[in-house]
Ligand binder design. Sequence first.
Ligand SMILES: [Zn+2]
Length: 270
Amino acid sequence: MSILRAVPVVTMALVLAGCSAGHGADREPAPGAHPAASAAGPSAGVPVGKRPDRQHAGWRDSDIPVFGPAPAPEKIALPSGGSVPYLLRIPTTQKVAFLTIDDGYLKHPEAPKLIAAARVPVTLFLTTDAIADDPGYFKPMIKAGAVVEAHTITHASLRGRPYTFQKREICGSADRLAGWYQRRPVLFRPPFGNKDATTLQAAHDCGMKAGFMWKETVDKGKVRFQEGKRVRAGDIILMHFRKAFVKDFLGALRAIKKAGLTPALLEDYV
Ligand SMILES: [Zn+2]
């Protein structure tokens, strides 16, 4: 068990690179926002034999890294009080990393198939306005083990907004997701990583257990690291439902594989 500590203040550049605005879900990160380190190589973790190797649109089964079983999860200690902790990684030494996929504006036709074929756990932080046109799109992913969590109604930047506004965005999205998917979220990610003390109080009052940032982002197949050149144990990786979904998803899995880690489910640790 680990004691949670306050996460360091993050720079605006880092925040801006992580989550794009509204429907601009394919916006490029700000130039220089991250070190250009990349782990998206073509060779890591390609399985040999065993699995079927069907050709799909833009990927083959054999493109998916194969992982060993994840270790038995160890729940982290959560502080009590009137607000939720805000984490950019899970404090664990277990050889696991956590893949999270945000927003949901763009519904790539291959994403449900790819997630199911990969057989890895993922957490989806979905914005309800982004998915209201087709909430059913995500159901096959849930059936394959993905867990849906809260990412506001309108993808508003919450920092500095009144408590009532923030609470409506968080509680309202959780309620709506519960209606669509028969499970009310317990985790939360503020759009753009923009939050303040009010956000963490509102999240608590909406029944959330923790808020999350990230340690790595993936865009156009490239993994960008906040520090170092590898995914580290406990890291949370952020990608989005974008046009490059296939490349991003495979790039994230390759980076996890290259680091000697196994994807694990965030909800199992919190
Ligand atoms: Zn977002």
